[in-house]
Design a protein around this ligand. Sequence first.
Ligand SMILES: *Cc1c(COP(=O)(O)O)cnc(C)c1O
Length: 431
Amino acid sequence: MAVQTVAGNATTAPVDLGPAAALSCRECGERFELGPLFACASCFGPLEVAYDLPTGSPEELRKRIEAGPDNIWRYAPLLPVPADVADKPNLNPGFTKLVKADNLARELGVTGGLYVKDDSGNPTHSFKDRVVAIAVEAARAFGFTTLSCSSTGNLAGAVGAAAARAGLRSCVFIPHDLEQGKVVMAAVYGGELVGIEGNYDDVNRFCSELIGDPLGEGWGFVNVNLRPYYGEGSKTLAYEICEQLGWRLPDQIVIPIASGSQLTKIDKGLQELIKLGLVEDRPYKIFGAQAEGCSPVSAAFKGGHDVVRPQKPNTIAKSLAIGNPADGPYVLDIARRTGGAVEDVTDEQVVDAIKLLARTEGIFGETAGGVTLGVAKKLIEAGVIDPTLTTVVVNTGDGLKTLDAVSATSQATATIKPSLDAFRAAGLGTA
Ligand SMILES: *Cc1c(COP(=O)(O)O)cnc(C)c1O
């Protein structure tokens, strides 16, 4: 197969990204040398990392993983990162809690085991630290000095923090009207943060133009020209969920959709575990979750279409507000292939679900978490998710970054003078 040389590669040294062997086109299968490429030169299809995966017995590999650090680097043999990755300055995300949510299960009538994979516990409080950590290794390997991204909020913070730690410059782009928590979180790490007057899809278009301009030379855009590497970080969610279940596939897993990258790569991760013999090969179903105000993939799924028609987002779930999701068609394939579904919920249901998770399990998720649990609840009630099977709901971010969603209805029960009489008179302390 023809191997093309990489244009715009900032370094000529051989690239060491561990088991990553090449990039391959998801559509036509053509292979390319590892480099900052994201679209196939022949058919414009998206590129993915292809591997020389470990050989040897599953037991050996399982032992090697279990002996690794308590973060995503325990899976380094399955990721596009150099073998000594754990020794480099990075934020070491991952190995977040898989919470057995028995209170929530009781409330929803789930008897087969309900789990919340709580990625709010990552260094910048969202799942984005996983994808950025992998992109940083690619940026280092290709000699980039500036880290950048188009972001719906969480990614900007994750890039700012990772760049600070790695000693890289950062310049990140967000829609101008994001939540205060996301803006501050992205700005505090000291890089440049640029608000763009427009929605995410405008921000993304702007970044594509910047890549082609001399101004953007030497820049690694984690979710554009480093996207094939970035995406691989989401596989670690699949690895962790299975390992934490005792090296077992869940029966059903509910995942939020913005661009759809995370959902498609969780599926890729599950498929790899099966191929490597690390888990028993049995059926699993993948469910995608969107907010009604930005539900292009859900609309296509329910309409029986293969094509995702772009929408103009209008929802409180801003981290998921991508109206033209790059991986939308692949999400549809996966939901259909596994016998899952894609569903959406209203903003009101998002708020209810945030409070439900907080009230039952002590986990304060962001609006994306509300979308995911809201959809899980809706699909359980509709009989689409089987309550007798093991179900995992992914909470991808921290509620502290989206306080506005619940602040109107989450305030002090009362404000009183500091006296017992006042406390008693207000009828408090009996709840
Ligand atoms: C980015 C993001 C997602 C999913 O993003 P994809 O583009 O679909 O990979 C989910 N939840 C949160 C909180 C996010 O920030």
